[in-house]
Write a protein that binds this ligand. Structure first.
Ligand SMILES: Cc1ncc(COP(=O)(O)O)c(C=O)c1O
Length: 408
């Protein structure tokens, strides 16, 4: 690794000892077959992408659940946003980084999710990282599912509240923690709405019941549910008929809602106004680019005027899950468009995904530290943008490669 100087200067090597240690670690990853290799897409994100070195491949690994990344209305809105507002904000929100389109998007998100207010961040990572520390102090308890997304884990680490982990989706384990924390001023339970590596939906009605019984606050990260679950794509609250029952919703603009960078928190007016004053990932980093806000607004428009996209996503998911299982695969069960197949060792999952690329199918193998040791997997993700021929091509490749590697 080298850092480049200016002009004609020779590239400068960073500290030789650090370089040596990192290079050795990278060599180990390479020889162990667990080195992640970045694939370069040469055009637009979509159900089929042009991949450098491979040509057109069926894309089974994007979060472009509704196919809005290259939807003309959304792309046009991004272009219009850039034409009107320029390239970016050059400022955090509270200095001179707040544009009228931020307010329009936040009002729209609050309206869409039926909350009092919403606040955007440059990503959902930043939303989760900036959420807990301002709201809770040492006299409070923060209670988190053991498989929550890394951004929640890091947000929890930055908070001075007493931290507790409950077993994954285990309401008995959650209740034990709630009983142990009766002395806390506030208790906040946080869970992914849909777990990104498993595709499972958190048992929110049960969790809400416990939160009511123990007077706890419920926060849900709906990044893989917004635009995906519920008849009109309003996420887990709609899926469970729990409108207005989630105290704090965080989510992303980087997946179903057009794939731009951006995230948000939707909650009560008091929570949002307080975060505006105190959240560090709001106060010390740029606002989301106005053209991204413009694109996200258009994506919500498309979703609201085309709820059939959510139905198509559901149909594609059901088809793919059924046919994959018929081939002999055993995906983690569920109804979401995240369809993971546990392979075991990281090298085996990466080999499967590499062989699938040779067959024109883009699906990524995940290993440690993204998922626990020994639970490496490929994660197929379905989009409303896929047509049946594309899904069939992917299934045929999964059959061919899976049987040659002894996975099925
Ligand atoms: C559950 C969950 N939360 C948060 C994030 C982060 O979202 P963003 O890309 O907007 O930072 C992700 C993305 O991988 C996610 O899966």
């Amino acid at each position: 690794m080298v850092l480049y100087g200016e002009g004609d200067m020779e590239p400068a090597a960073v500290n030789a000892g650090l370089n040596r240690r990192l290079s050795a670690a990278l060599d180990d990853m390479e020889s162990g077959g667990v080195l992640k290799k970045l694939q370069h897409i040469l055009g637009q994100q979509g159900p089929v992408v042009e991949l450098e070195g491979y040509g057109p491949t069926v894309n089974l690994c994007s979060n472009n659940y509704l196919g809005l990344c290259n939807r003309p209305e959304v792309v046009e809105a991004v272009r219009d946003g850039a034409a009107k507002y320029g390239a970016g904000t050059s400022s955090v929100r509270f200095i001179c980084g707040t544009f009228d389109i931020h307010r329009a998007l936040e009002d729209r998100i609050a309206d869409f999710l039926e909350t009092e207010a919403a606040l955007t961040f440059t990503s959902c990572w930043n939303a989760n990282e900036g959420l807990f520390a301002p709201l809770l102090g040492p006299e409070d308890a923060l209670i988190s599912d053991e498989l929550n997304h890394a951004s929640i884990i890091d947000g929890v680490r930055l908070c001075k509240a007493d931290r507790h982990i409950y077993r994954h989706m285990d309401v008995g384990s959650l209740e034990d923690v709630l009983k142990q924390t009766s002395g806390a001023r506030h208790r906040l339970v946080v869970t992914d709405g849909v777990f990104s590596m498993e595709g499972e939906i958190a048992p929110l009605p049960d969790i809400r019941g416990l939160c009511d019984r123990y007077d706890a606050i419920l926060a849900v990260d709906d990044s893989h549910a917004t635009g995906v679950l519920g008849d009109t794509g309003r996420g887990t609250p709609e899926h469970f008929g729990m409108h207005g029952e989630i105290d704090i919703i965080t989510s992303t603009l980087g997946k179903a809602l057009g794939g731009m960078a951006g995230g948000f928190i939707a909650s009560s007016r008091a929570v949002i106004d307080y975060l505006t004053q105190r959240s560090r990932t709001q106060l010390f980093t740029n606002a989301i680019a106005p053209h991204s806000a413009s694109g996200a607004l258009a994506a919500i428009d498309v979703l609201e005027s085309h709820p059939e996209l959510v139905g198509r996503l559901r149909d594609n998911t059901a088809y793919f899950r059924r046919e994959l299982t018929a081939l002999g695969y055993a995906p983690i069960e569920g109804d979401t468009p995240i369809v993971p197949v546990i392979i075991g060792e990281t090298a085996a999952a990466i080999e499967l995904s590499t062989r699938l690329l040779d067959e024109g199918v883009f699906v990524i193998g995940f290993g440690f530290p993204v998922v626990p040791h020994g639970e490496a997997r490929i994660r197929c993700q379905i989009s409303a943008g896929h047509d049946t021929a594309q899904l069939d091509l992917a299934l045929a490749a999964l059959q061919k490669v899976g049987s040659s590697l002894g996975v099925i």
